[in-house]
Design a protein around this ligand. Structure first.
Ligand code: ADP
Length: 513
């Protein structure tokens, strides 16, 4: 087993790796920028090394400085977390060349799947379905038009070097193609220094379903089932769950086998994720492979009982995988990303000091956070503060549990996405599992709107006063659904002008107990 792991990351994922190390009896070393000197991951690690000033370009992205720090403290391995340097093949190679162990796939495997067109070619060669389209860079608009005609509109122009949704354009008719090609090329050139653009058929209303794989260095590669990540805003995942409401055992098997085939073809080891689009007709298409631990890994951990981060370390130590190849997911897990964003104001980033933090607890609740009461939240890093993850026996119960846990969560001092998540958990379409990758953008206006009539507002105001009164008398008041109570609410809830309150006033009664 490795003896000492340096974690080249910050926030909740750094703390997650520290915890895995502790449980395995491995020493952990944190690195930090000046902005993170008092962060929980720094305090909880066995040692900590200052890297530099707050901007990540002067701290968490300085690979060589991080490698030097690892050597100085006598670490034998580096865990990159996600983001930052985690998917840079040059960094994985530099770690290896410095005589350290890289807790992740080989640099060659990262490079092999790094380009979208290279990954598509590899997938096609190994019988893994990809979205119909090309793998060669387009020469010009004439060629693009001919190809689009062949596949049929709408098509998607996509940058080969793409990431973060940049260099992508949907084209719905022939007269749009020349302009869209120019725009996609320009954006790709600016973002990635590479203007290669290719064509894919545009799939209408698909789900984002991804498969977790785990492979050791002895030739074993397994799939741990899927995660449903369709609730996205601007291509950013907001809520993830496992399993997916749209995946049958048979489909799980097919997608799992495709992911394992792809990972093996790429010479992959350690933890990785193959992302797919799942079309309405049940066909699935490989999109790309993420060569790191994912933000949303806890939902898989909950339904499989497998500690993915511990296994990353054990695999890097040379251990043989002893996880069964075909795990049937047990129950249902949901994750909400708690970000420092104000959903009611266009998800504007919010900064400041967290004055007070009450963390949800109780059965089936997990809180993975990089902050605590007293933390300063600035603009240097990603706005994700924490992940709230719940497990329950069924999806319906998991949604109720998440709703309950979100009600318990109190963050004072900055705005967070808590309110947004509450509205999603109350939404009838979400509760029915009727989601796709465009669902949130479509639904957001009504999720966040104030659409109550004066009557409803009056009822809600009376209810609110009743609840406040009950609380003063040391009792709790609960909204109980007239039809058996799908939604329950206490006085900790938002002001009566919110649309959810108005809906309650319309459909439900109030009981004081
Ligand atoms: P990036 O690497 O820039 O994130 P992806 O290939 O992962 O690009 O695509 C980003 C998102 O765009 C996907 O999660 C999906 O929501 C959407 N998307 C990608 N390809 C297609 C397609 N062919 N049809 C419909 N939507 C797509």
């Amino acid at each position: 087993m490795l003896k000492k792991v340096l974690i080249a990351n910050r926030g909740e994922i750094a703390l997650r790796v520290v915890r895995a190390c502790k449980e395995l009896g491995v020493l952990s070393v944190a690195v930090y920028s000046d902005a993170d000197a008092h962060a929980p991951h720094v305090r909880e690690a066995d040692e900590a090394v200052r890297i530099g000033p707050p901007p990540s370009s002067e701290s968490y992205l300085l690979g060589n400085l991080i490698i030097d720090a690892a050597k100085r403290v006598g670490a034998d391995a580096i865990h990159p977390g996600y983001g930052f340097l985690s998917e840079r093949d040059w960094f994985a190679r530099a770690v290896r060349e410095a005589g350290l162990i890289w807790i992740g796939p080989p640099a060659e495997a990262i490079a092999a799947v790094g380009s979208k067109t290279a990954a598509r070619t590899l997938a096609v060669a190994h019988d893994v379905p990809v979205v119909p389209g090309t793998t060669e860079a387009l020469r010009d608009a004439t060629e693009a038009t001919a190809i689009a005609k062949k596949f049929g509109y709408p098509v998607l122009l996509k940058a080969a070097a793409g990431g973060g949704g940049k260099g992508m354009r949907v084209v719905r008719a022939e007269n749009e193609i020349a302009g869209a090609l120019d725009a996609a090329k320009r954006e790709a050139k600016n973002a990635f220094g590479d203007d290669a653009v290719y064509v894919e058929k545009y799939i209408e209303g698909p789900r984002h379903v991804e498969i977790q794989v785990l492979g050791d260095q002895h030739g074993t590669m397994i799939s741990l089932g899927e995660r449903e990540c369709s609730v996205q805003r601007r291509h950013q995942k907001m809520i993830e769950e496992a399993p997916s409401p749209a995946v049958s055992p048979e489909l799980r098997k097919q997608m799992g086998e495709a992911a394992v085939r792809f990972a093996k073809a790429a010479g992959y080891t350690n933890a990785g994720t193959c992302e797919f689009l799942l079309a309405r007709d049940g066909s699935f298409y490989f999109l790309e492979m993420n060569t790191r631990i994912q933000v949303e890994h806890p939902v898989t951990e909950y339904v499989t009982g497998v500690d993915l981060v511990q296994w990353q370390i054990r695999i890097a130590s040379g251990e043989k995988l002893t996880v069964p190849a075909h795990i049937v997911p047990n129950g249902w897990a949901i994750e909400c990303r708690i970000t420092s964003e104000d959903a009611a104001n266009g998800f504007l980033p919010s900064t400041g000091r967290i004055n007070y933090l009450h963390v949800p607890g109780g059965p089936g609740v997990r809180w993975d956070a990089g902050v605590e009461a007293g933390s300063e939240v600035g603009l240097f890093y990603d706005p994700m503060l924490a992940k709230l993850i719940v497990w329950a026996a069924t999806r319906e119960q998991a949604v109720e549990r998440m709703h309950r846990a979100l009600l318990e969560l109190t963050v004072d001092g900055i705005e967070t996405s808590r309110e947004f998540h509450l509205r999603v958990m109350e939404d009838s379409e979400f509760r029915a599992g009727a989601i796709d990758i465009q669902w949130l953008e479509r639904r957001l206006p009504s999720l966040l709107s104030v659409d109550a009539t004066p009557d409803e507002l009056r009822t809600a105001a009376i209810a609110s006063a009743l609840i406040a009164d009950a609380e003063r008398r040391g009792r709790s008041a609960v909204w109980t659904g007239a039809t058996g109570g799908a939604v329950k609410r206490t006085a900790a809830e938002p002001a009566p002008q919110s649309s959810a309150w108005a809906q309650l006033a319309r459909t439900e009664g109030l009981r004081d107990r």
